[in-house]
Design a protein around this ligand. Structure first.
Ligand code: RP5
Length: 270
């Protein structure tokens, strides 16, 4: 079932997923949700209302329609998901035809005991890393506090903005408090490590609209910077916490694959 709807995806066997594989009986349902059809600023027009097709695979004015995964195909004016058939066409809950760009900040610190010593996992003998996780209010899943890159916005700005809004509730802060926080975030977010760039296996993806992200790790080595901040959920997050990283964590979409990369990078327990 497509999220937030009663539209059922058409089953796509693994051996028919790629667009170049023949699948003659492929007639997926066409669905675009009403919030998207209401034409908010973050959404494109329906194809029938367009004066021209978007400039796919290019920077289209301020809108980035390039994929991190290279050039994608366009069929009869509609872009095709680089990961193949999804069992549904249209845009679903996504605003843009083609890639919908997001950014994911993975903020980490070491798990420490009362005497401030780093905790090691007994089975792997590796230090335990924690990351700031939010609970999404749409699906209830725990996730990285990522968000959409606004038209014309730099990814580095999205990473800070989304972390502030979702994990620290910056939208509801007084100006003075906000600028103090901004300073701490700026310092930590100055040096990030890219851990993933590409399509997200997001439940909202369709044949013609899909999520892509840049996920960066920001590691607070001493635990004295962001590691000490008071977390408070805001915007479209209903909860926030430091989550200990291990192979048992269940997260939204394929976020746990990004977290695994961070664990490997930091030589932490997984
Ligand atoms: C995921 O959706 C991305 O990885 C990012 O975490 C998130 C962005 O969408 P919203 O949280 O803004 O809905 O695909």
């Amino acid at each position: 079932m497509y999220p937030g709807s009663d539209v059922l995806r058409l089953h796509v066997p693994d051996n028919k997923r790629a667009w170049n594989l023949k699948f003659e009986e492929y007639y997926p349902p066409n669905y675009t949700s009403s919030p998207v059809l209401d034409q908010p600023v973050w959404a494109d027009l329906p194809v029938e209302k367009m004066k021209r097709f978007p400039k796919y695979n290019e920077l289209d004015g301020k809108i980035n329609r390039k994929s991190h995964q290279g050039k994608y195909e366009v069929l009869k004016g509609l872009p095709l998901n680089p990961n193949g058939r999804s069992g549904i066409c249209g845009r679903g809950l996504l605003g843009r035809w083609g890639p919908n760009h997001a950014a994911d900040p993975i903020v980490t610190r070491w798990l420490r005991d009362e005497s401030n010593k780093i905790v090691y996992d007994e089975t792997t003998n590796s230090p335990v890393l924690q990351f700031v996780a939010i609970q999404r209010s749409d699906s209830g899943d725990w996730a990285i506090p990522g968000g959409m890159v606004d038209a014309g916005e730099m990814v580095s700005a999205t990473l800070k903005r989304e972390f502030g809004e979702e994990a620290l509730n910056s939208l509801e802060m007084e100006e003075r408090e906000k600028s103090k926080l901004q300073h701490t975030i700026n310092q930590l977010f100055n040096q990030g490590t890219l851990v993933y760039k590409g399509v997200v296996d997001d439940p909202r993806n369709t044949d013609n609209a899909w999520m892509e992200t840049c996920a960066y790790n920001f590691h607070d080595v001493t635990g004295e910077s962001v590691g000490k901040l008071q977390l408070q959920s805001g915007d479209d997050a209903s909860s926030v916490k430091w989550m200990s990283i291990s192979s048992n964590i269940k997260l939204y979409a394929n976020h746990s694959t990004f977290i695994r990369k961070v664990a490997l990078l930091r030589k932490a327990h997984w």
